[in-house]
Write a protein that binds this ligand. Structure first.
Ligand code: AMP
Ligand code: ZN
Length: 113
């Protein structure tokens, strides 16, 4: 997707602070952290959001969640963490490339607002 910010991060056209990378998934730090640890975990292929996920891509999301768990361990989020996907306008999504926020290092509030 030529105009997609996160596709540009995947290609390296836009720099990021990478934490993890494999053939299908990339994780990097959010530029505007909302917690002491705030990472974004994304598929390398362009998928707009959860609504655009196909049945074939279910395994990819499972893989992303295992990467999230691995990062939470490596980043020492021993007391817990939150994983968020903002979907669409009411979800508060601002970047239209599927991503999961990994937030930790402090106690999260609920409801999230
Ligand atoms: P969302 O609002 O759920 O779509 O999340 C998009 C996230 O991307 C926000 O938390 C932004 O701070 C973050 N973000 C925007 N631009 C960049 C960038 N160049 N590098 C890292 N994170 C970014
Ligand atoms: Zn994209």
């Amino acid at each position: 997707m030529p105009d997609c910010l996160f596709c540009k991060i995947v290609s390296g056209e836009v720099p990021s602070r990478k934490i993890y990378e494999d053939g299908d998934v990339l994780a990097f730090y959010d530029v505007t952290p909302q917690a002491p640890v705030h990472a974004l975990v994304i598929p390398k292929k362009h998928i707009g959001d959860l609504n655009m996920l196909t049945d074939d891509e279910a395994g990819l999301v499972g893989h992303i969640f295992l990467v999230v768990r691995r990062l939470a361990k490596e980043l020492n989020l021993t007391e817990g963490y939150r994983v968020v996907h903002n979907c669409g306008v009411h979800g508060g999504q601002t970047v239209a490339h599927l991503h999961f926020h990994l937030l930790g290092g402090r106690e999260m509030l609920w409801p999230p607002g």
